[in-house]
Design a protein around this ligand. Sequence first.
Ligand SMILES: CC(C)(COP(=O)(O)OP(=O)(O)OC[C@H]1O[C@@H](n2cnc3c(N)ncnc32)[C@H](O)[C@@H]1OP(=O)(O)O)[C@@H](O)C(=O)NCCC(=O)NCCS
Length: 149
Amino acid sequence: MPMVNISKATIDQLIIISEIEKELFTPAFSYEQLEYELNTNPFSKFYVVKQEDKIIGYGILWCTFETAQIIKIGIMKKYQHLGFGTELLKEMIMDAKKEKCENIALEVRASNDKAISFYKKQGFKKISVRPNYYQQPSEDADIMWRSLL
Ligand SMILES: CC(C)(COP(=O)(O)OP(=O)(O)OC[C@H]1O[C@@H](n2cnc3c(N)ncnc32)[C@H](O)[C@@H]1OP(=O)(O)O)[C@@H](O)C(=O)NCCC(=O)NCCS
């Protein structure tokens, strides 16, 4: 796998991250929502993934007491399926463990087979469904979960 560098995001990186967000997610977080996660939300950890100094992805993790939640993981299309997402997810899991979280969960579009298989490879299991959780288009969310103990 090509060299990967994962670090905490900074405000000067947010315009690029916001562009990647628009490429990958509908509906996408606005710049202001991303900025809130970076600067204001005390539970949020914001990661950036770089390859040779180029930002190619990012992630947002919430650690709220015993539960961690993956809010975002995005790798630019042209860099997908090269192992970068897995490296980021492993780092997030490690940080959640350091914060003494006991489990980690996420929501994913029920049709997002790639992401579902990605999470299953790191030990997540589907535990329930949230009907019509997503809009544009309307779709159920699968809730995936794994223990960190
Ligand atoms: C989901 C995502 C974060 C995975 O990151 P990635 O760097 O592409 O994934 P990895 O290279 O680490 O792949 C790990 C596993 O994910 C799955 N996967 C990733 N890309 C895939 C593809 N194009 N086709 C099929 N499976 C794929 C496979 O199970 C893969 O394991 P394998 O290499 O043994 O086949 C990335 O594809 C992405 O940003 N997707 C769009 C945004 C998104 O859906 N985010 C998650 C929302 S909850």
